[in-house]
Design a protein around this ligand. Structure first.
Ligand code: AMP
Length: 189
């Protein structure tokens, strides 16, 4: 099964991707995680991506398309995969389509910006310590939400036209949202 999790930053895509991955036995692939690892390792791709990420901007499409194609060619993706945080632009979606990848389900996590802002402000202080993700700062979160609405939300129409879009309202508790997503995936096989 080939899936995409769409949703604003802070909507809980990573958390839900991990649950689905465990339940369905397919890998969850996050371009954000791949890029953060590249920054840690100090690779040229990481260096190039860092300034964009720190500001909450999107990393250029050609960088992302290269990364994701390379990752999907690995053997653990043969039986399917869940994409978390990619595609984020129409150009990325078109590149995946041009590579012959057909998605079975595109689950769009629906959540209000205000709820995300509230959650992010809670997430910054964790056990008395400030969580160090630079792009969790309120100004950056606002910017990332604007980028989401402008660049990524149009993907809903793109996948709706292909008959594979499944919107899921955020239910509050993680488990309730997971249940709603898994029900959709199992129902449609
Ligand atoms: P994430 O962990 O998915 O929220 O990604 C963190 C940051 O990495 C984003 O704010 C972007 O700067 C960059 N990024 C991750 N995935 C993509 C993508 N598919 N396209 C462009 N930029 C991305």
């Amino acid at each position: 099964m080939k899936l995409i999790l769409l949703g604003a930053p802070g909507a809980g895509k990573g958390t839900q991707a991990a649950v689905i991955s465990r339940e369905l036995g397919i890998p969850a692939i996050s371009t954000g995680n791949i890029l953060r690892a590249a920054i840690q390792e100090g690779t040229p791709t990481g260096m190039k991506a860092k300034t964009y990420m720190d500001e909450g901007h999107l990393v250029p499409d050609e960088v992302i398309i290269g990364i994701i194609k390379e990752r999907l060619a690995e053997p653990d993706c043969a039986k399917g995969f869940i994409l978390d945080g990619v595609p984020r632009t129409i150009a990325q979606a078109e590149a995946l389509e041009a590579a012959g990848i057909k998605f079975d389900h595109v689950v769009s996590l629906e959540i209000a910006d205000a709820t995300i802002m509230e959650r992010m402000s809670g997430r910054r202080v964790c056990g008395g310590e400030l969580v160090t993700r630079k792009d969790d700062k309120p100004e950056t979160v606002k910017n990332r939400l604007a980028v989401y609405h402008r660049e990524t939300e149009p993907l809903k129409d793109f996948y709706r036209e292909r008959g594979v879009l499944y919107p899921v309202e955020d239910m509050g508790p993680v488990e309730a949202t997971s249940k709603a997503i898994l029900a959709i995936l199992r129902q449609d096989g």
